[in-house]
Design a protein around this ligand. Structure first.
Ligand code: DX5
Ligand code: ZN
Length: 221
């Protein structure tokens, strides 16, 4: 199972996105958090800024849409060129139709679950998905502590994916750092979003490498 590191630019300097993106050229994805101030109590950026990010990012863009009505708004992010587009299960009206639309636009389709949302109702949808995002904080802000209570959900998701013989990635987002990434990897995650851990480090590129190494070690064991 490949290990992928996707730094979140949420806590980077939005006035210098080009410079901030250049720091993570050694990562696998740039994780971009779109928040609409309705689905979550925070407002970040939308499609016009994502289009600029797509033009300047050295790595593919992984869009995490924390927005209401993703059925209406998500396809444009795929059309714009995001490699992966993740919408929330709690907000989508027709997740299968939406996932198919995203895939038709050439993007990977991701489904995100807030901490209180169980994975079980969505297990039958796995064949329609490329990634399942298990939130390990309440979405909305960077810098929150990793919720260990989500580890069993990660494990149940990974078991169901393996049992079905599927190749669906399991992403964790929130509080991922050197202190927590091994637990997430042990539980079965293979895509790791890290915001403050990377952007508060003195050397963001070295932090990406360190996180990758820790996750790889956990998978080898
Ligand atoms: C939170 C966002 C995360 C956030 C993670 O709602 O989805 O991507 O940037 O930040 P850290 O890694 O600081 O928890
Ligand atoms: Zn995110």
């Amino acid at each position: 199972m490949s290990i992928l590191i996707a730094p979140s630019i949420l806590n980077s300097d939005f006035a210098d996105l080009r410079g901030e993106l250049a720091k993570i050229a050694g990562a696998d994805y740039a994780h971009v958090d779109v928040m609409d101030n309705h689905f979550v109590p925070n407002l970040t950026l939308g499609l016009p800024v994502v289009e600029s990010i797509l033009r300047t990012s050295p790595v593919p863009v992984d869009a995490h849409l924390m927005i209401e009505d993703p059925d209406r708004w998500a396809p444009a992010y795929a059309e714009a060129g995001c490699a992966s587009v993740t919408f929330h299960a709690e907000a989508a009206v027709a997740p299968v139709r939406l996932a198919r639309e995203l895939r038709n636009q050439g993007a990977r389709a991701g489904l995100a679950l807030r901490p209180a949302t169980p994975v079980e109702p969505y297990l039958d949808l796995l064949p329609e998905l490329d990634m399942l995002l298990v939130m390990t904080v309440e979405p909305g802000f960077g810098g929150q502590p990793f919720l260990d209570a989500m580890l069993p959900k990660i494990t149940r998701a990974r078991r169901a994916i393996s049992a079905a013989g599927l190749d669906v990635w399991v992403q964790v987002d929130g509080g991922v750092s050197r202190a927590t990434i091994e637990r997430a990897a042990d539980a079965g995650a293979n895509v790791f979003v890290a915001g403050s851990a990377v952007y508060k480090a003195d050397d963001a590129a070295a932090e990406v490498d360190a996180l990758r190494e820790l996750a790889a070690q956990a998978h080898r064991h």
